[in-house]
Design a protein around this ligand. Sequence first.
Ligand SMILES: C[S@@+](CC[C@H](N)C(=O)[O-])C[C@H]1O[C@@H](n2cnc3c(N)ncnc32)[C@H](O)[C@@H]1O
Length: 280
Amino acid sequence: MNQQDMAADMDFSGFKRKIKSSYDLDLECYKRPQMERRLRANMDKCGAGSFMQYFTFMQRDEKLRDEFLDRLTINVSELFRNPDQFETLRNRVLPELLARASRASAWSGLSVWSAGCSHGAEPYSLAIILDEVAPGGRHSITATDIDEKMLARANAGIFAEPEMRGVTEARAAKYFTKTPQGYAANSSLKRWFKFKKHNLLESQYPCPDYFGEGGYDLILCRNVVIYFTDETKSALYRRFYDSLNPGGYLFVGGTERIKDSAEIGFDNQIPFFYRKPVKN
Ligand SMILES: C[S@@+](CC[C@H](N)C(=O)[O-])C[C@H]1O[C@@H](n2cnc3c(N)ncnc32)[C@H](O)[C@@H]1O
């Protein structure tokens, strides 16, 4: 390594330490080339000559801090993203989970976690199909994200036209009210939600009861881990496994696959759905 590369390496290492101590965000968990490329675009925009200078600028300017988080986290989402997978969820996975839940307890509601929910399109899509397949059910949907601004939007439940393109007219009419701000979700959809800030890269991790709940019947974590390293992903999927009830499912994104699913213990009979077996 020549001197210039060494200096660049030190600059980046110092930046990572500062980000960890100031924002509790471990950049070691991200694939470096992609992350560096994206952050450099921000640095160029604000005229920072080094990562450490970029950090100093960020400390003084909230807008730069927000841009940094946006660049790293990417909040793009829409309702019923990957519609075929939501159909599979509706027609195969949810009926199985609901049947199991009603055999197991009088409550018979499902406990669901949408991890990395962005502005809420994912948990609202889930709430719509849950209402369709189990009307009147009493479910619990915990939806989390690292980004508080996205959680505030999710809580408000108002979606712009492009985010609604996967919603049929019948569903839009039944579950939303058109307002000048966008499509506002009706209160019937909101009754099961709890929105909470949570960083998936934190060392302390949601296991059953972390949010004051039991294990989950279904965890959705879609289009969140794309920029995480393989080690980080593997650790994350193991923790999801631990957080699931036996027979529960982890639902991943349309381009995602869990390489070590069998070693972790998952069954994968249905593409994009990983099931924690029921031990006899
Ligand atoms: C592309 S969106 C995916 C939204 C939704 N799951 C979907 O598939 O449409 C990624 C979301 O993951 C969140 N995210 C990224 N890193 C995270 C972390 N370490 N902990 C929690 N959420 C994170 C981002 O803030 C963003 O809202």
